[in-house]
Design a binder for this molecule. Sequence first.
Ligand code: ADP
Ligand code: MG
Length: 469
Amino acid sequence: SWVRVKARLRTEVGDDVFSSWFGRMELEGIDEGGVRLSVPTRFLKSWIQSHYAEKVLTCWQADRSEVGRIELIVRSAVLKTTAQPKPKVEPALAMHGENRPHNGNGMSRPIPVGDAAVHEALGGSPLDARLTFDSFVVGRSNTLAQAAAKQVAAARRTDPVMFNPLYIHAGVGLGKTHLLQAITWAGNAGGERKVLYLTAEKFMYGFVAALRAQNAIAFKEALRGIGVLVIDDLQFLQGKSTQAEFCHTLNALIDAGRQVVIASDRPPSELESLDERVRSRLAGGLVVEMGGLGEELRLEILKARVQAARAHHPTFDVPLPVLGYIAKTVTHNGRDLEGALNRLLAHSKLTGQSVTMEMAEREVKDLIRPQEPKRVKIEDIQRIVARQYNVSRSDLLSSRRTANVVRPRQVAMYLAKTLTLRSLPEIGRRFGGRDHTTVLHAVRKIEGLVGNDVTLSEEIEILKRQLQE
Ligand code: ADP
Ligand code: MG
């Protein structure tokens, strides 16, 4: 059953995540109600516990419903050396060489490091051959990010580094990974500066492996052989020691004039768990936000996608009004646009019918988001609440308890809780380092009042409308 559980886990989290975190997990034993699993490092244990505990449990329960509890232990060093298969030694950056869309001039020289763990760490995360600058559609919300990315990809070794790091942030599905991989493809095809693309998970995993092999120095040296280090989804970087290593790496690379590019779903100031020094270093380069894809941009992306699909499916076509309909209604993000087209493609292939408006309306129904709620930022809440009640933002964050500040502060915390996904402790921290119970108290207080206090509930409605505009 362990084999089935592993297979299920793999399909649920994807190959990449599975091999990073669960590849070396082993079954130690099963007794009534509980399963004992082991991993080779403390880091893996705490990572799996904090990120995948639920998932592991449900995968077990799907197989044996009586399992009520998972116990995760760290295998002893002795066990580890005998149980571990010898790591395969692969040339570093093989991924980039194999998948490169335009065959460059074959300059994928492996980085000369001896340690397998280091190789693994430097192997780079898999790249998608479709995510290039050519297929990236530029519009108002991403012009700056695209220009900066192109600049980075085209820069030569001797060029002065203009902005370092380049930090791109945007919500899910708005093209961060696309741009980062475009830099990687273009940079490596151009040949001047070697670009290494790593997800934050891969970066962390690399460090764990390198540290376990006690070869952190070799790892760092090898990293220094990289011209451009690209790290995707930085918000997933967790853990004190990983962050310390990340900080060293970042400083070493930047001080040596190497380019660092980072993508995250939030600005540096909101990377709650990250060390203050790292945050300020990140904010010290160029920070660019990519906004939502506007309707025009969505239409252009759809057109480009249809063109690309026609290379493989020449009979596939989507009338312009249908594309317009999808661009108007499927507003969420690039992934949903792709999903919508894929369904039309599949449907028209399977039925042999050409795509019509009716088909589109039926097929994309569940992808339609009537009004896309805007991502509201805590700063904006504080700014707008302060303006509305005529107090200063620093009053809101201060410890003053006069009535004219207390109420606006409670309203602002209430809005932060209802309009953002931030947790109570996070909100407390952003409100001058308050305790989460204070935030909870404020939220409850306002919730209790809005039902009876018409003025207050109107004020809150107005604030919400302003924030969501
Ligand atoms: P993120 O990493 O920000 O979550 P992705 O880069 O994975 O988002 O983008 C999601 C999907 O939307 C991908 O298929 C991507 O190619 C597409 N996409 C997003 N923005 C653009 C764009 N400007 N031009 C073309 N495709 C885009
Ligand atoms: Mg991404």
